[in-house]
Design a protein around this ligand. Structure first.
Ligand SMILES: Nc1ccn([C@H]2C[C@H](O)[C@@H](COP(=O)(O)OP(=O)(O)OP(=O)(O)O)O2)c(=O)n1
Length: 283
C-alpha cells in the first residue's frame, strides 16, 4: 500500500480522477483539502432554507448547534484506491467538532456528509468553499472486488434524526424551565387555595386564645377577690371572738388578774392588725 504524494495527487485531481472538483491549491504534501459544499440544518421544516432539498451556502453555527455539511469535492475511487478523511486541525482548534470523519472505501463515488457541532465559545461561521477536511489517498497493493458504492442522499428523515443542538440543550433547557414554571404555578395555586383555610385557622386560634386569656384574667381576679374576702371573714370572726371575750371578762367571778386578759387581748389585736395589713380591703 502506498500513500499518494502531491505530484501524484495533482496528476489525478487535474483529470478529475480519484477526487473530483479539487482546487489545485488544496493539494499539499500528501493530502488534499476538502471544502464545505451544501449546509443543512437539522430541525428545519421540509422545503425551507436549510432543509434536505434546500441547503444553505452559509450559516452561523451557534454554540452547541449542529449542522450537516457535504463536501464540495466528490470521491471517485476505483477498486485499487482508498482514502481516509480527518478534520483540518485549524478547524478543530476553533471548536468545530466532526462526528464522522473516517474511511472512504475503494470504489466509493460521491461527496461526503459530515455532522458538525460547534463546541467553541464563539459562533462558528460555516460557508460554502471554506476548508473543512483533509484526506489522504492510498494506492492499494491489489484491486478490491467490491462494486461501486455511492453517497446515500441526505433525506428529510435522516436530517430529522439529528438534534438541532448538541444534547438537545435548548429543548432540555425549555423543558426544565417549563417544569420549574409549572411547579411554581402549582405552588401558587396551592397557596391561593390554602390561604382562606390558613386565615380561618389563624382567626380561630386568635379568638380562642384571646377568649382563654380574658377568662384566665377573670379567674385570677375572682380568686384574688375570694382570698381578700376570706381574710376579711377571718378578721370578722376574730373580732367577734374578741368581743365575746371582753364580755366574759366583765362577767368573771371571782375576777381573773386583769393583766393576763389585757396581754391576751393585745396579742389578739396584733394578729388582727397583721391580717388587716395583708388585706388591701378595709373592713
Ligand atoms: N463522513 C463520511 C464518511 C464516509 N462516508 C462515505 C465513504 C465511505 O466509503 C462510506 C461508508 O463509510 P464507512 O465504511 O465508514 O461507514 P459504514 O460502515 O457505516 O458504511 P457501510 O455500511 O455503507 O459500509 O460512506 C461519507 O459519506 N461521509
Amino acid at each position: 500500500m502506498k500513500l499518494l504524494i502531491d505530484a501524484e495527487l495533482k496528476t489525478h485531481t487535474d483529470k478529475n480522477e480519484l477526487v473530483r472538483d479539487v482546487l489545485p491549491e488544496n493539494v499539499k504534501g500528501c493530502t488534499v483539502d476538502l471544502t464545505i459544499g451544501a449546509i443543512f440544518m437539522p430541525g428545519s421544516e421540509a422545503g425551507t432554507l436549510g432543509s434536505a432539498t434546500k441547503p444553505r451556502t452559509q450559516l452561523t453555527l451557534m454554540q452547541g448547534a449542529t449542522a450537516v455539511v457535504s463536501t464540495n469535492e466528490a470521491f471517485c475511487l476505483d477498486g485499487s484506491h482508498s482514502a481516509v478523511v480527518f478534520p483540518a486541525s485549524s478547524v478543530s482548534l476553533k471548536g468545530l467538532l466532526m462526528t464522522n470523519p473516517g474511511h472512504v472505501d475503494p470504489n466509493y463515488h460521491g461527496s461526503l456528509h459530515l455532522t458538525v457541532i460547534n463546541m467553541g465559545s464563539e459562533p462558528y461561521p460555516l460557508k460554502t468553499g471554506d476548508r473543512l477536511l483533509r484526506t489522504m489517498v492510498f494506492k492499494l497493493d491489489g484491486s478490491t472486488a467490491k462494486k461501486v458504492s455511492s453517497a446515500s442522499p441526505l433525506t428529510e428523515e435522516l436530517l430529522a434524526r439529528l438534534s438541532p443542538d448538541f444534547l438537545d440543550v435548548n429543548k432540555r433547557v425549555d423543558a426544565a424551565a417549563k417544569k420549574a414554571i409549572d411547579a411554581a404555578d402549582r405552588r401558587n395555586l396551592l397557596r391561593q387555595a390554602m390561604m382562606p383555610v390558613i386565615v380561618a385557622i389563624v382567626t380561630a386560634v386568635l379568638t380562642v386564645g384571646s377568649g382563654y386569656l380574658s377568662l384566665k384574667d377573670k379567674f385570677e381576679e375572682r380568686i384574688a377577690r375570694m382570698e381578700i374576702a376570706n381574710k376579711d371573714l377571718n378578721a370578722i370572726v376574730r373580732f367577734e371572738q374578741l368581743d365575746s371575750k371582753l364580755r366574759q371578762i366583765g362577767e368573771l367571778t371571782p375576777p381573773v388578774p386583769l393583766a393576763k386578759h389585757i396581754e391576751e387581748l393585745r396579742a389578739e389585736i396584733d394578729a388582727l392588725r397583721k391580717a388587716q395589713n395583708a388585706s388591701p380591703k378595709k373592713l
